[in-house]
Design a protein around this ligand. Sequence first.
Ligand code: CA
Length: 224
Amino acid sequence: MRLLLVEDHAPLAEALAGGLRRAGFAVDVAGTVGEARSAASAAPYDLAVLDLGLPDGSGLDLLREWRGRGGPPAVLLTARGALGDRVAGLDEGADDYVVKPVEMPELVARCRAVLRRPGQRAGRLLEAGHLVLDTTLREATCRGVPLALGRRETGVLEALLRRRNRVVPRSVLLEQLYDRDADVGLNAVDAAVSRLRRALEASDAGVELRTVRGVGWMLTGGAE
Ligand code: CA
């Protein structure tokens, strides 16, 4: 899940980005309306978390632009008591809001709830064979038994399940797993794929993680 965090107060942005990453999101941070505009036009985001008071304008301007042309769903960060902001934001098509000071568990819960809504790109459960990934809880199970997967392996599995029976290039996995500033290379993707493969082989999932040499990987198996 790729998320764009738009917040100009750097320490807050850093704290929120950290919490959202721990919750399993790949997070890019923008500090201005301009940065957010160019980030959103360069990459598709599943969700935006949007501060309203930005140095070069209002988060409402972004909402207005995005609503017209299929921008990401948005959770607003609003000041306590700023009822007018909240109403204006919801009027402009925001999906939800969280009042500052932000409680991390609440923000994560609201982000997940927005992503679960019908019509959002993210369906909650992804399945193949006996394998089920709950993309909200970030938990994979095989015949109801949890698979012990780390955060990266879970991210790899999600990307493979979303493109089941199709080749997923390494570069796409890298992009899905990490935000643009993360200092990780393709080796980290290879390592996560290896760990995921071992976990799948040790389970009774009835799926196969195939290597397509020089390109990437493909998850096959299980009825449609
Ligand atoms: Ca602000």
